[in-house]
Design a binder for this molecule. Structure first.
Ligand code: ADP
Ligand code: MG
Length: 677
């Protein structure tokens, strides 16, 4: 039994430690350690030796705070370990312990330098300091030229030396080595033993676990364990001759023993012992992101597939919104061009008589009386030949009233429009569209055309104005080739025909449109005594178009949203796979002092890297597709808001779907994780 004072003085004091496996989910409980009591003083070199299956590794995991005993007490430097939180235990692993495993346990996706640095990353040591320290240790261990290698590019002995460098990174006050030579050839094994001896000589507490008596014989003290019980605990009276450094020197030329012993001192550098996360959090983010990136790079095909769903999602949001907005804008332009408050009432075939109705000016007068109708303009369109000087031009003549600029939402550019008085007086005047003017008066300045004459059906008409250019709309032919004449002049003097093409109706209140249409139909049926007319409601058509467009946009947004969610599921999938595949890595990170939040951050940052990359690529590709569509004259208006929303949605889904696997990884038990794969 270990006395209380003794336990408080010792570095490590185990009292009656028992460890049971199983006992859960019907598996039988098996006790592997049957009451181990053991004290180890600082600076001791202890070998724990025993046959395979005797419980050595179980004991070491408990000593290293990777695992918890089922019962018994463990005091480290006088503190009861069972009272410590998960983060405090991680701190202990980070600051006090250095692990050397039989299987090296290096992280395959990180290079040698970053493997060695890891405990210092978790300790919050600034990048430059930890890089120098890691490089120094590696040089000391004869691996100065291998810093950029991946673990699998090194031999077993070299990998083991890398793991020793890692164990020493934060000082490695207590070196816990579980069968460190077990996987090595005898020469590399000898080198590792030389190193451990040097570390012991330099003041490190070395706990060496081995099944090999010859290896154990190099320690000062041998604790023999059999079937989970200590059967012998002896300080070696005559310590076996240490193998000389020179023996190993040939294979490890850079190890200069005297200097090495000094430098391998266990004093932690720069008082990292008490340091929490330092101010170098920016660097830490850099480190986290770059290690996330290298982990993703390893499974790049899978990463690419996930990226793809984000790219599709983000790019489609951007393109769809851009095209939707482009179309909307075009529609608005069209509406602005012709006005929204407009509809046509014109002749149609009567269903019962089969006769086509005819419209006269009196119909316009009747329509003008309907509530909510502001203007009812008679309108007659005829195709004719115009002549002026030596030029002829075949085009449409619209016979309209002085209300035309309002009804058609069309102003004059030069000159004036005709007045109601002109209309009444059958004035022989005409207003030209831009194209008509250009064709009929090619050599005259636009201003000078005003006052000139042209011939329409042999009637001379004086040009009094030119209409503002409408330009090309929606690919249809433009209307700038029209000429407008007063309705009365046209029907009585030029064409001599009283029938109208239709009546253009402008309403005051667009919201009352449906009622107005009903009123119009009612009054038309009454006055005409037939159903030989038709109301075509362009405002409603426009509204309908808008509605269809809105629904389309919603549908497309839905599709885009779905692909983002699919992207999120993809992230979750690769993260879950990655947690599964990299269980051992998680264990290694925990053994080197990673806290739960470090592990969470690690996996979350992978999710963030994937979704950010996908988001950015999606924006870029979305812009590129939009630009291509522009080349095909599809109306496109990019929306910065849509880009931001799409990007942050991608990021958000990535993070949300990444959280679960990240938490799962962080919750793993260090010892379970280490045994993983
Ligand atoms: P050693 O390292 O001395 O070879 P271990 O400590 O690894 O022995 O194992 C001691 C005993 O505990 C063995 O019988 C082994 O099967 C059992 N054991 C070790 N780990 C577990 C575990 N996670 N679950 C159940 N049994 C285990
Ligand atoms: Mg073992």
């Amino acid at each position: 039994m270990v006395s209380d004072t003794e336990a408080k003085a010792a570095l490590i004091a185990l009292t009656d430690i028992r460890k049971q496996y199983g006992g859960k989910e019907g598996s039988p409980a098996v006790e592997v350690l049957h009451g181990i009591s053991l004290t180890i003083q600082a600076g001791e070199f202890v070998a724990i030796v025993g046959a395979s299956g005797s419980g050595k590794s179980t004991l070491m995991n408990i000593l290293g705070c990777l695992d918890k005993p089922t019962s018994g007490s463990y005091r480290f430097m006088g503190r009861d370990v069972s009272q410590m939180s998960a983060d405090e235990l991680a701190g202990l692993r980070r600051e006090a312990f250095g692990f050397v495993f039989q299987g090296y346990h290096l992280i395959p996706t990180l290079d040698v330098l970053h493997n060695v640095q890891m405990p210092a990353v978790y300790a919050g040591v600034p990048a430059q300091a930890r890089e120098e320290r890691a490089t120094g240790l590696l040089t000391l261990l004869g691996l100065g030229d291998k810093t950029t290698y991946r673990p699998q590019q090194l031999s077993g002995g070299q990998q083991q030396r890398v793991s020793i460098a890692r164990a020493l990174m934060n000082g490695g006050q207590v070196i816990l080595a579980d069968e460190p030579t077990g996987a090595l050839d005898s020469r590399s094994g000898a080198q590792v033993m030389v190193l451990l001896n040097e570390l012991a000589a330099a003041g490190h507490t070395v706990i060496l676990i081995t099944h090999d008596d010859k290896v154990a014989a190099q320690a000062q003290r041998i604790v023999r364990i059999s079937d989970g019980e200590i059967v012998e605990d002896a300080v070696q009276p005559t310590r076996q001759e240490q193998p000389s450094l020179a023996a190993a020197e040939t294979a490890m030329p850079t190890t200069a023993s005297a200097a090495a012993v000094g430098s391998l001192s266990c004093v932690p550098f720069g008082r990292i012992g008490t340091q929490a996360l330092s101010a170098s959090w920016l660097q830490d983010i850099g480190t986290t992101l770059s290690s996330a990136w290298s982990a993703l790079w390893v499974s790049r095909f899978r990463t690419f597939l996930t990226l793809l769903s984000f790219i599709i999602g983000v790019a489609s949001v951007i393109v769809l919104v851009a095209v939707g907005q482009g179309n909307n804008e075009k529609l608005l332009q069209q509406i602005a061009l012709w006005g929204t408050h407009r509809m046509y009432v014109g002749p149609d075939v009567d269903a019962t008589t089969g006769l086509r109705g005819e419209f006269y000016e009196r119909d316009a007068k009747v329509l003008e009386q309907v509530a909510n109708v502001r203007i009812a303009m008679p309108y007659l369109a005829e195709s004719t030949l115009l002549r002026a000087g030596g030029e002829t031009f075949a085009t449409d003549v619209w016979s309209v009233t002085a209300d035309a600029p309002v009804v058609l939402n069309w102003d004059v550019q030069y000159g004036v429009f005709f007045t109601p008085e002109d209309d009444e007086a059958l004035a022989p005047v005409v207003v030209l569209g831009k194209v008509a003017r250009e064709r009929l008066f090619p050599d005259v300045l636009p201003q000078d055309v005003i006052g000139q004459y042209l011939l329409l059906n042999n009637t001379p008409l004086r040009v009094i104005g030119e209409l503002a250019e409408k330009g090309l709309v929606s690919g249809s032919s433009h209307d700038d080739d029209l000429v407008l004449v007063p309705y009365s002049t046209a029907s009585q003097r030029i064409f001599g025909k009283p029938q109208l093409s239709y009546v253009s109706v402008v309403v005051d209140d667009l919201d009352a449109l449906d009622q107005t249409v009903k009123d119009i139909e009612h009054v038309m049926r009454q006055t005409r005594r037939a159903d030989d007319f038709r109301v075509s409601n362009s405002a409603a058509v426009v509204q309908g178009k808008k509605e269809v467009m809105r629904q389309q946009t919603m549908l497309l947004a839905l599709i885009a949203g779905i692909s983002l969610v699919v992207g999120g599921l993809g992230v979750m999938n690769i993260m879950l796979m990655s947690v599964k595949e990299r269980t051992r890595e998680i264990g290694i990170r925990m053994a080197t002092g990673g806290r739960q939040r470090d592990i969470r951050l690690q996996f979350l940052s992978e999710a963030v890297v994937v979704s950010c990359t996908g988001g950015v690529a999606g924006v870029v590709i979305g812009l590129a597709i939009g630009a291509l569509l522009m080349l095909w004259s599809v109306p496109v208006i990019f929306s910065v808001r849509a880009m931001l929303v799409a990007f942050f949605c991608a990021l958000g889904t990535g993070v949300i779907f990444g959280i679960m696997p990240a938490r799962q990884a962080a919750k793993l038990d260090p010892v379970v994780a280490l045994a993983g794969e």
